[in-house]
Structure formats: structure tokens, C-alpha cells
Ligand binder design. Structure first.
Ligand code: DMJ
Length: 424
């Protein structure tokens, strides 16, 4: 349901830049050949606009910037054209899903009041600005700037962005706010839009600062045992639960420290370190030393999953992502130590004959496999681990900004440009 029912080769596309960065050039060329010959978007298939954007467009753009091979740029632009009909809504807030052939869009049945999802329509900016930059066609840029302007005008309960927005009425759905699933990468892209613009997009930075201030006030708490966590806001009530997905925020706070309002760089770096510590505890308090999907801070429980359906690990990257950012900003050796613990646990408990698999219960000593190797395992988890043990001059953060699927895109010198040209 995320990537359609035709042969889209998600793993091949998502893994390309990881192969390139690791110097696996033969495998990279094989991937390129497959994409050249087989990757076809004129299929009758319904896909998630967000997932296709972060994995395919992000993956293809990064492969293009790293290798200079035109085929990746051409495919990225072709695919982006197929996503554009999703924006044909009364408000311009895109549908969650679009049929690549018919262009018909719709939203997830489970989303509050027919809403689109903040983390989905709010995680298109980086890729779409690059598409306009590379093609000279402002259509992509205009779509994402329209979303931003609309969000800017809206009232926010307690300064928080709800996860749900109805694309027909332009009204918020349920007042749920999350820095994990359904919200996460929206905040990440506000910060990264600013970084990607050589820090000229101050509007994005302001939106990020405002959002983070409200999040700190209403969602971030310390547990009785002294662990800093980010809870979820549900209709005026704070749920003391943090998702694995939310753990990316440690890295985000550290990345946003420089340039923060009132020069609170030290504060945000510290907050990043505290989140990294909490998320490491969520790994360390399991049998497999791999983190659960969600963990609680309630009734004597600290950083541990309670419900059976929150005990799985699906090869997610967020905790390692935060270790890597924290490593880059502090060079504290504990982050490499923690990354190495995770590497060993993944190798021991997730490696299977055909690759790597998620596991259903991180508290069981003989967990069942879910029999899925998510494409983000190669795009993100292994890339962040590789970077954690590499020198800082491999993809320096002054020149590269990683999309939410860990695809590096170059900083654009937008100040003197009309959004066309090729920084490579
Ligand atoms: C990835 O596809 C992206 O990082 C996304 O933003 C949310 N999470 C998954 C991996 O866990």
C-alpha cells in the first residue's frame, strides 16, 4: 500500500547512494543499469506520495548529485511529474496517495476526518526545491511553498501543529501532536530547508524555532528516573510514551543548535544528548539490545515497551541517526560505542540467509522474524552506521543536508539564482 503493487525496486533505488558512499561501485553500476532498463512509472499503481518522494525522488536525486549520472535526474523528474496530480485538492494540500497512471488521489481511511498527514505533506520541501533548481521549472517549488504559506496562516492550538489537516476544508483534524509518527519529518524539514538554503530561508528557521519551543513546553518531560523523553499530545493530554521514530529528534536538536534563537546552542546540544541517552536506554533495557517500536514512562516503567504490539524492531535507523549527529557535534566516543552495540545486535539477531529481517519481540531471547528487510535499512541504518565510523570529511554537514530517508542533497546557493542550474 505504500509503494504500489508493481515492481518499483524500492530497495535498489533507496540503497544506491549508500553503495556509492561505501565505494561499492560495481553494485552501484548494477543498480544504475536496473533503473535505466526497468524503472517505469507509467504503471497502474497507487502509491504513497510521501514514501515515493523520500525514498525514490530523494534516492534518485542523491545518486545524481553523487555520481553525476543523468539517468537519475531524468527518472526523478519523470516520477515527480506523476506525483503532481496529488496536489489537485481544494486547498493544494496533497492527498496521501496517488495512482501513478490515473492521477487520482485519496487519503488513508484511518486518518482523522479525511485528513492528510502533517509528516507526509510536510516532507516534500527539500526534494521539490531541488527539482525546481535542477529543471528550472518552478512548479515543484510553488507546490511546497504554497503548503508552507497555508500552514503559516493557521492557528495552532498551544502553538502545536496537529498531525491531521483536511485537504478539502483546510481545517485541522484531531488535535494530536507528535514528534514521532505522523509529525516527525515535518519539523525536520523546516530546519533542513533553512540549512539547505545556506541559512537564507529564515522563514523556515522561524517556523522551526516556534514549533520546537511549543514542543519543549508541552511535550518534553523528565521521567522520575531522570530520563528526558518526548511524549505525544492527544487532545490536551500528554501521553507519556515515546516512539522509536521520535528518537531522530536528538539528532535534529543537535543539528539545529547552531543558529538557534537567543543563542541557546548549548541547551539544544544538551537536549540532543539527553534524547540520545534515553533512546540508548530503550535499547539497553531489552534482551536483544535492540529498541522497541514504542516505550513508556508511566507507572514505574521507564523506556520499556509494555504492549506486545510495541515490542518489535523493524531495522529502523532513528537511534543510530541520532548517535551519528551527536558524534559529529561532540566526538564523544560513547556514541561510537553505542553504535557498535547496535551493529553487533543487528548482526546477531537480524541477519538471515537472504539479508536482514525485523524481529517481533526485542524482549524475547528467541524472537520470531517478520521476514521483511525494509528498504530504509540500506538507505539509512547502514549508511548512518558507516558514517558514524568514518571521518567527518565524508559528506561534511556544511555542504550536505540529509533528507529524512538519509539521502544527502547538497546545500544550494539560492541567494543569487532563479532556481535553475546545477551545483554539481
Ligand atoms: C524512514 O522511511 C524515514 O526516516 C521516515 O521519515 C520515517 N521513518 C522511516 C524509517 O524508520
Amino acid at each position: 500500500s505504500l509503494l504500489g503493487n508493481s515492481q518499483m525496486g524500492a530497495t535498489i533505488v533507496d540503497a544506491l547512494d549508500t553503495l556509492y558512499i561505501m565505494g561499492l561501485h560495481d553494485e552501484f553500476r548494477e543498480g544504475q543499469e536496473w533503473i535505466d532498463k526497468n524503472l517505469d512509472f507509467s504503471v497502474n499503481s497507487e502509491v504513497s506520495v510521501f514514501e515515493v518522494n523520500i525514498r525514490f525522488i530523494g534516492g534518485l536525486l542523491a545518486a545524481y548529485y553523487l555520481s553525476g549520472q543523468e539517468v537519475f535526474k531524468i527518472k526523478a523528474v519523470q516520477l515527480a511529474g506523476k506525483l503532481l496530480p496529488a496536489f489537485n485538492t481544494p486547498t493544494g494540500i496533497p492527498w496521501a496517495m496517488v495512482n501513478l497512471k490515473s492521477g487520482v488521489g485519496r487519503n488513508w481511511g484511518w486518518a482523522s476526518a479525511g485528513s492528510s498527514i502533517l509528516a507526509e505533506f510536510g516532507t516534500l520541501h527539500m526534494e521539490f526545491v531541488h527539482l525546481s533548481y535542477l529543471t528550472g521549472d518552478p512548479v515543484y517549488y510553488n507546490k511546497v511553498m504554497h503548503i508552507r504559506k497555508l500552514l503559516q496562516k493557521m492557528d495552532r492550538p498551544n502553538g502545536l501543529y496537529p498531525n491531521y489537516l483536511n485537504p478539502r476544508t483546510g481545517r485541522w483534524g484531531q488535535h494530536h501532536t507528535s514528534v514521532g509518527g505522523l509529525g516527525d519529518s515535518f519539523y525536520e524539514y523546516l530546519l533542513k530547508a533553512w540549512l539547505m538554503s545556506e541559512k537564507t530561508d529564515t522563514e523556515a528557521r522561524k517556523m522551526y524555532d516556534d514549533a520546537i519551543e511549543a514542543i519543549e513546553k508541552h511535550l518534553i518531560r523528565k521521567s522520575n528516573g531522570g530520563l528526558t523523553f518526548i511524549g505525544e499530545w492527544k487532545n490536551g493530554h500528554l501521553e507519556r510514551k515515546m516512539g522509536h521514530l521520535t528518537c531522530f529528534a536528538g539528532g535534529m536538536f543537535a543539528l539545529g543548535a547552531d543558529g538557534s534563537r537567543d543563542d541557546k546552542a548549548g541547551h539544544y546540544l544538551q537536549l540532543g544528548a539527553e534524547i540520545a541517552h534515553t533512546c540508548h536506554e530503550s535499547y539497553d533495557r531489552t534482551t536483544l539490545k535492540l529498541g522497541p517500536e514504542a516505550f513508556k514512562f508511566d507507572g514505574g516503567v521507564e523506556a520499556v515497551a509494555i504492549r506486545q504490539n510495541e515490542k518489535y524492531y523493524i531495522l529502523r535507523p532513528e537511534v543510530i541517526e541520532t548517535y551519528w549527529y551527536m558524534w559529529r557535534f561532540t566526538h564523544d566516543p560513547k556514541y561510537r560505542q553505542w553504535g557498535w552495540e547496535a551493529t553487533q545486535a543487528i548482526d546477531k539477531y537480524c541477519r538471515v540467509s537472504g539479508g536482514f529481517s525485523g524481529v517481533k519481540d526485542v524482549y524475547s531471547s528467541s524472537p520470531a522474524y517478520d521476514d521483511v528487510q525494509q528498504s530504509f535499512f540500506l538507505a539509512e541504518t547502514l549508511k548512518y552506521l558507516y558514517l558514524l565510523f568514518s571521518n567527518d570529511d565524508l559528506l561534511p554537514l556544511d555542504n550536505w543536508v540529509f533528507n529524512t530517508e538519509a539521502h544527502p542533497l547538497p546545500v544550494l546557493h539560492l541567494a543569487n539564482t532563479t532556481l535553475s542550474g546545477n551545483p554539481a
